[in-house]
Design a protein. Structure first.
Lengths: 567, 76
């Protein structure tokens, strides 16, 4: 067992703009992204990235958007990443938002951050534009990604197009404008606000500095196996800090190429066609791939045969003979044939899946992160993997366990250059998030072994982690459900089910106003309302189980429900 | 359309056909997650040369929701 961390061809960084400049120099016309637009594949090179980044950054100065707050929402696309980086490097604050937000929530976040511009795709434009009067600070909406038919767009000087800005910026650069090229920002000041899932009322804005982001990018490069020969299919939503830091920023710092998945529907088709060497995923994808593999094996009646081969192959590997690619070529072939490893984070993963994929020749490296740490806290380095652990404490970080006396398990608290500045406009939450000596309290319970590998066993906060890695805040769902007339008290929890986490509503019904209703009647009526709520939410937030209680919830002296008693 | 969707569920996901009813919940009764559903929907896109929005897929709860959505699109 090697006890050194791996070495990779990453570039040490101080500023985010160096990520663009140095890597354009190193990798030039090599594709950074391959993406689909108007149903055709396009290549976006490291040089294109530098050109567009400089042009957009320069155009921001003409729009008076230096050192301003700008929101950003859309599918993964090179425009998205260029907007993100140029706003930060022009001294501003970028607010990446989730495409799945409801219209009022999307506008709520734009309003609460006083965003002066919004980069968005046409889909979000249709949502935000009619509400423009309610967003007094918003001066511009800049359309990114696949351009809409301009003749069908309203005539309004506040509407701008990304490609026009690139042309404008290039012209300014040609004329000698160096406002963006020479701009130096304070790397410790606020550069990004990432909202945790939920409504403006329940969500917390995680404030990150440029230094936090750069630190995390370099951390990822130092910890993982990837190099310039890797090809990724990027499938996770780009605003998600796990995808953004690893699949976009860190991968561009080692010269890799990413195919940007154009739709969830095309994921497996794209993986088969693009033949990636590596994937960065949340457990839901791994579980689906696993099911696909075994369904196909069973359909061909070869389950026993494959299990026997796996045993034999595992035994041979112990003697130094690796036949996996030859023996399981057909299985690996379903994912293009070149897939060697997958980096997984965001939610707990069953170690048995890791072992089975390992037997087939696809290695899984599990990691652990949290938005407040941008996100990396630990990951299994390729040359030192412990299945069941979420990995080695990341380079440059320290982690310890806050345990009660005599206990070995407790809350994981961390410190390092990637730990966030605090929560946006929420001093109380910020105070509560740190220990007296300034370490960040993750809210996760676990232990750390003698080799600095982290194991997670529980969670202190109410948040439910869906297997797609997204956080579901029970308070948000409770807020919606409180509007159902038959409910007096409700607590939403996550329970482990056969197919992952089951979001369950525990309800004490309003027996005072509906004294004649039986539990069955309450169940029917409440579930029908819950289904209406579900229809307005992305599927990972759906409440799929309901339990009607005979008694009120037990409460504290301050009349708060004792949630920790509920399982 | 119901029979066609049912057949695909049986073939591609090895789900017991007797369990598949119009009001069966995709997640609770049939254990289908959003990625699997998107993958299945792609079969219909390919077959009928139609385009279905990812966002709409997220909102399906029952087998019936998917079937009536597909019927609507195909009748347009």
């Amino acid at each position: 067992m090697k006890k050194e961390l791996p070495h990779h061809p990453y570039q040490d960084l101080i500023r985010l703009r160096d990520l663009v400049y140095v890597n354009a120099e190193r990798w030039g016309d090599k594709p950074l992204y391959i993406y689909v637009e108007n149903k055709e594949k396009h290549i976006y090179t490291y040089n294109d990235h530098k050109r567009v980044f400089n042009a957009i950054g320069t155009a921001l100065s003409k729009l008076g958007l230096f050192e301003k707050t700008v929101s950003l929402v859309g599918d993964q696309h090179p425009d998205w990443i260029d907007a993100y980086l140029s706003v930060i490097c022009a001294g501003g604050v970028i607010v990446p938002l989730d495409r799945e937000l409801k219209p009022d929530q999307l506008c709520g976040f734009i309003r609460t951050t006083d965003s002066e511009a919004l980069f968005c795709t046409e889909r979000e434009f249709r949502t935000v534009y009619p509400a423009l009067d309610t967003l007094p600070a918003l001066r511009y909406i800049i359309l990114i990604g696949e351009e809409p038919d301009r003749s069908g767009m309203p005539e309004d000087e506040r509407i701008l197009y990304f490609d026009d800005l690139v042309a404008e910026g290039e012209k300014m650069l040609e004329e000698g404008d160096r406002s963006f090229l020479d701009y130096e920002r304070d790397s410790n000041s606020l550069a990004a606000i990432l909202f945790t899932s939920g409504t403006t009322g329940t969500s917390k804005g995680v404030m990150l500095s440029e230094y936090n982001i750069v630190f995390s990018v370099v951390q990822c490069c130092k910890m993982v196996i990837s190099n310039e020969n890797d090809v990724f299919v990027s499938v996770l939503p780009i605003h998600h800090t796990f995808a953004l830091t690893t699949n976009h920023l860190a991968m561009s710092n080692i010269g890799a190429t990413s195919f940007l998945n154009d739709s969830l529907r095309h994921t497996f088709k794209n993986i088969t066609e693009v033949k990636p060497t590596a994937l960065i995923l949340v457990p839901l994808f791994i579980e689906t791939m696993y099911k696909k593999i075994w369904d196909s094996i069973r359909k061909n009646g070869k389950e026993k045969q494959v299990r026997a081969l796996m045993k034999m192959s595992d035994a041979m590997r112990k003697t130094g003979v690796d036949m996996r690619r030859r023996l399981f070529g057909q299985i690996i072939g379903a994912f293009g044939g070149n897939l060697k490893y997958m980096i997984v984070g965001g939610a707990p993963l069953d170690p048995n899946l890791v072992r089975d994929f390992d037997s087939f020749g696809i290695e899984i490296y599990e990691g652990y992160g949290i938005t407040e740490c941008c996100p990396l806290i630990s990951v299994n380095p390729y040359n030192w993997r412990k299945i069941g652990s979420v990995g080695y404490v990341a380079y440059g970080m320290e982690a310890r366990i806050e345990a009660e006396e005599g206990e070995t398990e407790g809350e994981i608290v961390v410190s390092g250059g990637n730990v966030f500045l605090g929560y946006y406009k929420n001093e109380e939450a910020t105070r509560e998030a740190f220990t007296d000596d300034g370490w960040f309290k993750t809210g996760d319970i676990g232990h750390i072994d003698k080799d600095k590998f982290v194991y997670i066993t529980g969670r202190k906060k109410n948040v439910i982690i869906a297997s797609n890695g997204k956080n579901v805040y029970p308070e948000e769902l409770e807020e919606y459900a409180h509007k159902i007339p038959y409910i007096k008290e409700i607590v939403v929890i996550g329970r482990n089910g056969e197919n992952g986490t089951v979001i369950t509503a525990l309800v004490y019904p309003d027996r005072d106003n509906y004294p004649d209703y039986s539990n069955e009647v309450f169940y029917e009526k409440i579930f029908s309302h819950i289904n209406d709520i579900n229809k307005g939410l992305p599927s990972f937030k759906h409440i799929t189980a309901l339990e009607i209680r005979d008694n009120e919830f037990e409460k504290t002296t301050t009349k708060k429900i004792k949630r920790f008693l509920l399982k | 359309m119901f029979e066609e969707f049912k057949q695909i569920l049986v073939e591609k996901l090895e789900i017991d056909g007797d369990l598949i009813k119009p009001d069966s919940s995709l997640v609770n009764d049939l254990g289908i997650n959003s990625i699997e559903l998107a993958d299945l929907i792609f079969v219909f896109e390919d077959k009928y040369n139609i385009e279905i929005d990812d966002d709409d897929i997220q909102r399906f709860i029952t087998v019936g929701d998917v079937v009536s959505y597909l019927e609507n699109i195909l009748n347009k």
